[in-house]
Design a protein around this ligand. Structure first.
Ligand SMILES: C[S@@+](CC[C@H](N)C(=O)[O-])C[C@H]1O[C@@H](n2cnc3c(N)ncnc32)[C@H](O)[C@@H]1O
Length: 244
């Protein structure tokens, strides 16, 4: 079930992404958080911009957004909704900005769509090189806390309505720090559609080490976009890194 191509996740989920995930996190709070910290005048990169769920709020918050994504299907939806935004089709595992940036946002576990730690490190390194002094790299991700105790395999229902049923199966491997999942969708015409995804999580300690190796340091960490205090048992984190 491993997704090999950088575009696999986006291409598989583009047609349902906004319907399934529109309100998965607080987009307005995300945008305000980034806008408060970004360096004025310079572009802010959204790494894994997808359909642009966060782009509208970021523009309204005054940011000059440039979106990067490996999925042409995702970018097409984003371009239709936000024709004014510059979009770059690129694999985040090898992407490096060509100009200085006033900030970067890697939201909703997108960093962990890079399923090799070295690719996560490379992205943080390349972003670190392009950040102007004081400008933030903002990462929103799960911490992995409790996943070593989670059931190794689980199946759940994501959606049931008269038209379709969507089931999701996941396998957690705490040793490789991966979650591998598949959404299985029974379509109205009784055909089945499968959508695969995989995350490789890094713990906050591992992320801080990567940031340090990339010449960055942690400047803030919260448990959510409302800036709730982060605790060791927090299941997700918002981390802000700046140049050392
Ligand atoms: C979970 S979605 C997040 C989209 C958007 N940031 C949001 O919060 O709604 C992850 C996005 O990252 C993109 N992505 C995954 N792996 C990628 C890679 N290796 N390079 C570039 N984009 C990638 C996917 O195509 C998808 O659009």
């Amino acid at each position: 079930m491993t997704s090999e191509m950088p575009s696999s996740y986006g291409d598989a989920f583009a047609d349902v992404y906004d319907r399934w995930y529109e309100n998965i996190t607080d987009a307005e709070a995300t945008a305000r958080f980034v806008a408060m910290r970004a360096a004025a005048e310079l572009p802010v990169l959204e790494l894994g911009v997808g359909t642009g769920r966060l782009v509208g709020p970021m523009i309204r918050a005054g940011l000059h957004v440039v979106g990067v994504d490996a999925s042409a299907a995702m970018l097409e939806i984003c371009a239709t909704a936000h024709p004014e935004v510059s979009l770059i089709l690129a694999d985040l595992a090898t992407f490096s900005p060509t100009k200085p940036i006033g900030g970067a946002l890697c939201a909703f576990n997108t960093l962990f769509n890079l399923t090799r730690a070295e690719d996560q490190l490379n992205l943080i390194t390349q972003i670190g090189k392009a950040l102007t002094p004081g400008a933030p790299l903002v990462v929103e991700a799960i911490t992995g806390f409790g996943l070593d105790q989670a059931p190794e395999q689980s199946v759940g229902l994501s959606e049931v309505d008269p038209e379709r049923t969507v089931m999701s199966a996941t396998v957690v491997d705490a040793v490789s720090q991966t979650i591998t999942g598949q959404h299985v969708e029974y379509e109205p015409d009784n055909t089945i559609k499968k959508r695969n995804w995989q995350l490789r999580w890094s713990t906050v300690v591992q992320l801080d080490e990567m940031a340090s190796a990339a010449g960055l340091k942690l400047s803030e960490r919260y448990a959510d976009w409302s800036q709730t205090a982060f605790e060791e048992s927090s299941q997700k984190h918002i981390s802000v890194y700046v140049k050392r």
